[in-house]
Design a protein around this ligand. Structure first.
Ligand SMILES: Cc1ncc(COP(=O)(O)O)c(C=O)c1O
Length: 556
């Protein structure tokens, strides 16, 4: 027998190093898995796979009204109600609807939004019976006027741009245009007002430097690029469900035809396991926070196209979210990770100094957009000087490139200048005083009223951003958006999941809004849409849909 040859010292060291490396990698992998939200949204690869397998099927007219096994009498009431709703909407706005239908075949986005207003099984019947106008002719106060002259209460919020009321932005644009008119659209250098803009922005954000871009998406892109450039690390962390624009790296799941970016980690918000990952890894360049997620952590924006039952939930806890941001701030500081507050949506809405001021936390970089353009398109980054520099003084060819033809457009800069100056006006400062108390008490009052009327909806909110929740485990909750439209309330295409109030909603306007919402819900209730069988639950609805999906997927 030949005796086993003993391992040489160098072989043992290599062996030990390999085992240690494998163990460390396994630990890192395990920690990452624990830091993923257990939902599909937390597993972007799986959610993409799952989304690609969802078959298309739709309910025909017979299945549609009775998909929850409602008795025939209820189905008949619903059938008549849907037809009446469709006729009322056409009767109300014939010109607007004709215009919309004419434009639809030529506007890709309009085709997309009309197809994604309701759960897809219901779509074909809805499109047959109900049309929604997509054109407005005018605005004043909290009102939008369609092409037929009908006035609707505006809670679309213009995707968040409309913070102070559309009249405010109209005059910003007019005054900003006047300011810039001598120079005109001359690009490449700056209108003199840009100096005032950057001084104000540096003061407001508590940062040293500013860069201008043409949209929020581009501002986020550049903030992430700078974080990578200065840290020399590649990975970015975003949180489950958070929107940061439509650029590949921050939108790694369904909706993006590219495979999920390998350098993006989608982690669980408000969870200890995420802090562990940030603490133990050495390859993370930045963490992106969208503070709007505080209303529904780890969930995507609540759209009515996914409202298949009554399980939508949202709850804003300011203290818990503040503690979370503090913990994130501490770990990012400790590990040299760039903390980016993406305030494109919420900037200036929670407080004059934005989410940083409101939560009492300073980020390393902040992105703004939407309302900051004073009504015109914009994206802005404010950041610490050492993170904003786009070149390396000791390596002349090592640069972090960013351009954009229309950045610092004089008219946009003019409107922004008027906006920023107005932030300091007594009227605007008065709006910020007691902002939370104002919207908290409005929400509380409305919820009491909804309860008193025995209606199966409630609202949840974060300041002036609201969402409608459904107490009722029923299948037609998404129909409320159409009932609201008939009562003269304008929602954006995502429906009842996102109501954005402008701060020019006074008590009187809010009372009127509440009255209309209650009326819409009452009518929807008496039309039988909230009917449910004793045994029906959110779970049973989802189980039923899952079975339908399987049947459709494997049919034929
Ligand atoms: C938080 C956040 N970041 C970025 C963006 C993208 O901004 P834009 O639509 O101007 O590209 C949005 C848009 O809704 C947003 O809400």
């Amino acid at each position: 027998m030949i005796p086993d040859s003993p391992l040489s010292l160098s072989e043992s060291v290599i062996g030990l190093a390999v085992v240690t490396w494998v163990c460390l990698k396994a630990k890192e992998r395990l920690e990452l898995s624990f830091a993923k939200n257990p939902s599909l949204g937390g597993h972007v690869r799986w959610s993409k796979r799952f989304a690609s397998q969802i078959p298309s099927y739709s309910y025909d007219e017979t299945q549609w009204f009775g998909c929850d096994d409602a008795p025939q009498t209820v189905q008949d009431t619903r059938r008549q109600a849907l037809s009446a709703l469709g006729q009322d909407l056409v009767g109300q706005s014939p010109i607007t609807l004709a215009h919309t239908e004419k434009a639809k075949p030529m506007i890709s986005d309009l085709q997309f939004t009309s197809n994604y207003r309701v759960p897809f099984q219901f779509k074909s019947v809805i499109l047959k019976h109900i049309q929604m106008g997509a054109f407005w002719r005018a605005s004043d106060g909290v009102w939008l006027t369609d092409m037929d002259g009908n006035r609707f209460m505006d809670v679309t919020g213009s995707y968040g741009v409309n913070l102070f009321g559309l009249d405010f932005y109209k005059s910003n644009i007019a005054e900003g245009g006047e300011l810039a008119s001598d120079l005109g659209p001359s690009l490449g250098s700056f209108h003199p007002c840009v100096l005032d803009n950057v001084e104000r922005l540096c003061r407001l954000s508590g940062k040293d430097e500013v860069s201008f871009h043409m949209s929020g998406t581009e501002a986020v892109m550049q903030a992430v690029r700078l974080a990578r450039y200065h840290t020399g690390r590649k990975k970015i962390v975003r949180f489950t469900g958070a929107y940061h624009g439509w650029w590949d790296d921050v939108q790694p799941g369904p909706g993006n035809p590219m495979p999920p970016a390998t350098h993006t980690l989608t982690l669980r918000e408000m969870h200890e396991s995420t802090l562990r990952v940030l603490k133990n890894r050495t390859d993370i360049a930045c963490v992106l926070i969208n503070p709007l997620q505080a209303l529904h952590p780890n969930q995507a924006a609540p759209t009515d196209s996914t409202l298949v039952d009554g399980s939508r939930c949202a709850h804003y806890d300011r203290e818990a979210y503040t503690n979370w941001l503090k913990a994130l701030r501490a770990v990012c500081t400790e590990k040299g990770i760039v903390l980016i507050f993406d305030e494109v949506f919420l900037g200036f809405r929670l407080a004059r100094g934005g989410a940083q001021e409101y939560f009492g936390i300073q980020a390393d970089m902040v992105t703004y957009g939407k309302t900051l353009g004073g009504g015109l398109p914009v994206g802005v980054i404010c950041g610490k000087a050492e993170l904003m520099r786009r070149f390396n003084p000791s390596r002349p060819a090592d640069i972090c490139f960013a351009r954009g033809t229309f950045k610092e457009h004089p008219y946009v800069m003019g409107a922004m200048n008027v906006f920023l100056k107005r932030l300091d006006s007594p009227e605007v400062l008065a709006l910020y005083a007691n902002l939370d108390q104002c919207w908290d008490s409005r929400a509380e009052k409305l919820n009491e009223s909804l309860k008193a009327h025995n209606l199966p909806i409630q609202v949840a909110h974060m300041s002036s951003v609201w969402t409608i929740l459904y107490d009722s485990p029923t299948r037609f909750n998404w129909l409320l958006q159409y009932y609201m439209r008939r009562e003269g309330i304008a929602l954006s295409w995502v429906g009842s999941g996102r109501l954005i109030f402008s701060l020019n909603y006074g008590e009187h306007e809010f009372e009127e809004f509440s009255r209309r919402l209650i009326l819409a819900t009452q009518k929807m209730m008496s039309d039988g849409w909230f009917w449910k069988a004793e045994a029906q639950t959110n779970k049973s609805i989802r189980r039923g849909i899952f079975k339908e999906l399987l049947r459709a997927r494997f049919a034929s």
